[in-house]
Ligand binder design. Sequence first.
Ligand code: FES
Ligand SMILES: [Fe+2]
Length: 422
Amino acid sequence: MLSKRDNDIFTKVGPGTPMGELLRRFWIPGLLEEEVPLPNSPPVRLRLLGEDLVAFRDTNDSIGILDNYCPHRRASMFFGRNEECGLRCVYHGWKFDVNGDCVDMPSEPAESNFKDKVKITAYEAAVRGGVVWVYMGPPELTPTPPEFEWSNLPADQRSASKRLEECNWAQAVEGGIDSSHISFLHRNLADLKAESPKTLHQKYAGQDRSPSFTLKDTDYGFLVGARRSAENDQHYWRISQFLVPFYTMIPPVLVKDTDSRGSGYGGHAWVPIDDENTWTWNFSCNPHQPYPEDRRGGGLEEQLDAKYRPVRNKDNDYELSRDMQKSVNYTGIVGINTQDRAVQESMGKIVDRTAEHLGTTDAAVIAFRKRLIGLAMSLQEGIEPSEAAHGYWYQVRSASAILDNGVVFDEGAAHLLAATGK
Ligand code: FES
Ligand SMILES: [Fe+2]
């Protein structure tokens, strides 16, 4: 549980709020590269951390992220003309480049130097891994973007997709790091009856339905190790990553091998659109080989509309089927991502954490809150978050492994958790 004050600090992300200031110290996934595909292609609306913005790709292939509101009389730059190296407001023709400089002001006399005095807010952008990253913090503190392995792989070895989630970002992250819900929310009723498990994961997860969780702080966040009994004095470990401020990596499924060397893995980012809406990103990659053609563009289990809103959404109760809930799966809702979104949105736009009752399995949720609120309050005292300045700390993977009893999980799996390994 959190006090009302801490819940506000934790969840609010607008300019000037403690958490908003913290998140502005990080590069954040802003939009898919496909949304601004070509030089001079149409500008698109973008809302991040409560700010209305417009993104466009200019004639030189540079991406501009500008304030939505023209500094003249505040018309939306979304209606602008993407012209030779700049975006021109259609109201009176003022034109701005990707740096926010006003490069043409045809409505003023030619001898006027007014245009040299006017700027539009512009944020820096970087393209990596099919994603346009945005940095909205103080320019003098601009770090390098995080070195996620997937973002540096060739296009046929990675995928990124996003969808709208209609609630606050923090409760979505909490769903991502709360591994104990998997045995309930995502339970497939047919699995319980499976006589011969097809994978090692199914075998051990079926034998031991209440894993014990161990948390371990890292420079960039923390590890969550879920331990289940295996045979021969061994344990089956699934090791998830949480990376500040809003990333997770989910352990690969063990099929036959006794560790996840050679496997691909995936993860999420929950990027605040504003206090009440979130972009839920799915990332996946295979560092070892290209995906088969039919598995590219992963994370597409959910149908989305043109604005990346899932077709199964709160307006239709996520197409819940009570019949299916009796015989097929625990929720009666199709798809893991949809199941997650259903419960996260069901808590209300911003969950009232003064009214919750946390139990022993909520340790990761508590660690996440402590870390983020701690970083936000430290920043208020002038202490910069070192995670933002160390992009190379993010070169890690999630992992699964069968380890001998007594082995410390992050030591036994260290070679699997480093993204520099094979
Ligand atoms: S409002 Fe944009 S040029 Fe006048
Ligand atoms: Fe989930």
